[in-house]
Design a protein around this ligand. Structure first.
Ligand SMILES: [Zn+2]
Ligand SMILES: [Zn+2]
Length: 295
């Protein structure tokens, strides 16, 4: 299995629009592991479309508990279970992830109990272990290390960038964050930095559409990064490749890939990819594999 990153859902925020991209989720295949990072709506369908057997999932990470990153965590694991999952899954998330998982199982109790009896399945509650993490090293197993950095995403305080390393390869996810200079040190020399991004000219039109304009704009400016700020982090960190993700706005017909690229180019001259659902980035060569911008 080649090491690769698949962006399953590339938009920021929970809204869905006809034909548009889906909320945040990614698949990282590294060192023979299938690792899901964030579980926004659409993660299960995205994994299936990426050719992943749901039974082969073994690690899931959630960066923070905003719904566009966690809403489909329970449904993903439950669907894997009904697909025949019989091996343990580790779920790593901020404080509160255990509460989410236990309450999900309670909400689905009727179905879970009946399938155990009727279909002879193992108890899903025994297959899943949740680990609540904070800043620092999160995982060290079979050559895989994962570490976390608390980022700046008010009013959420438990929001963590994640760095995955295996066999000399490294991938960093910024999570949701305002411009946060310590991310550059955390991302130092990574093969891929997946950083969230907003585009200023799209924000006004976006907030006009949603009906709660002033409050939404305030939230966006306080807790998310502009594309040129993502580029600044990538430059300061000296990463090999930057993927702009969690795009806001993600589905404005007046904003295309060229606009994202032009803005990021103000601060970043290296390998650049603008995320879209289903995008594959091979980790072996650290080149975008889907015909994306690589200049
Ligand atoms: Zn988000
Ligand atoms: Zn968020």
């Amino acid at each position: 299995m080649p090491d690769r990153l698949v962006i399953l859902g590339s938009k920021g925020g929970p809204a869905l629009r006809p034909g548009g991209p889906w909320p945040s989720s990614s698949l990282l295949q590294i060192g023979g592991r299938n690792i899901v990072v964030d579980c926004g709506l659409g993660v299960t369908r995205g994994l299936v479309d990426a050719g992943i057997s749901l039974k082969a999932l073994d690690l899931i990470f959630v960066t923070h508990l905003h719904s566009d990153h966690v809403l489909e965590l329970g449904p993903l694991i439950h669907t894997a279970w009904t697909a025949g999952l019989a091996t343990p899954i580790g779920v790593f998330g901020p404080p509160g992830i255990d509460h989410y998982w236990r309450r999900f199982c309670q909400a689905m109790e009727f179905d879970i109990e009946i399938r155990i009896v009727d279909e002879g399945r193992p108890d899903i509650r025994d297959l899943v272990s949740t680990v609540e993490f904070g800043e620092g090293q999160v995982v060290e197993q079979r050559g895989l290390t994962v570490s976390a950095l608390r980022v700046d995403h008010p009013p959420v305080t438990d929001c963590f960038a994640l760095r995955f390393e295996h066999g000399g390869k490294s991938v960093v996810f910024s999570a949701d964050t305002a411009f946060f200079p310590p991310l550059a040190d955390f991302s130092r020399g990574a093969d891929i930095l997946v950083h969230e991004a907003m585009l200023e000219e799209g924000i006004e039109r976006l907030v006009a559409k949603t009906g709660n304009g002033a409050r939404l704009k305030e939230h966006l400016l306080a807790s998310h990064s502009f594309a040129e700020e993502a580029g600044r982090i990538a430059s300061d960190a000296g990463v090999k490749s930057l993927v702009l993700n969690h795009l806001i706005p993600a589905d404005d017909p007046e904003i295309g890939e060229a606009d994202w690229t032009a803005t990021a180019r103000k601060t970043w001259a290296g390998d650049l990819t603008i995320a879209r659902d289903g995008l594959v980035v091979e980790l072996s060569s650290t080149k975008a594999a889907a015909g994306e911008e690589t200049a």
